[in-house]
Design a protein around this ligand. Sequence first.
Ligand code: GRF
Length: 201
Amino acid sequence: MKKICVLASGAGTNLEAILKAAAAGKISGQVVLVISDREEAKALERARKRKIETLFLNPKDYKTRLDYDLALKEAINKAGADLVVLAGFMRFLSKEFVESFPNKIVNIHPSLLPAFPGVNSVAEALDYGVKVTGCTVHFVDEGMDTGPIILQEAVPVIKSDTAQTLLERIHAKEYRLYPHAIDLFCRGKLKIIGRRCEIAE
Ligand code: GRF
């Protein structure tokens, strides 16, 4: 069983989907630690409810981004994690941090990357007028939403969509896609060749 550490800043609905899938045996791994940079993050509450270890790392306690990332790294290593899962973690991770876990950090993003990276992707996709958007699970490199793509799923945009309704449909896809990608990682099915990620049968 692979050990998974989840980093989350907000509602933690993806975390919930991951925890549910793991509890149902749909992920060949277990979440051993959930870390947040926000004390009030609902994600922490969700983890506590399921008796999973949590840690709040307050950015205010660290002078630099690097100091913060070093503390993160120490906590992840102490937990013996094989995989770091970003689930709505709202901090940009330093190159040093990313290089400490080569091809072992994954993220989910609410657009079909490389379109609409960054924080406002759903509203940006809607404003741009795309007919199809979606979500992407990818490995994390030192760029912003630029690492090798593991899985993507499309979500059609409909005429009556607001950013909220579109986000809700994207979320629904995320909750299936992310656990699946994490399971593929845990079962050793992902192979990175250059910037492509191949999935073994
Ligand atoms: C998701 O939409 C994900 O794509 C993005 O952050 C959001 C997290 O939501 N990276 P939640 O905290 O899992 O509810």
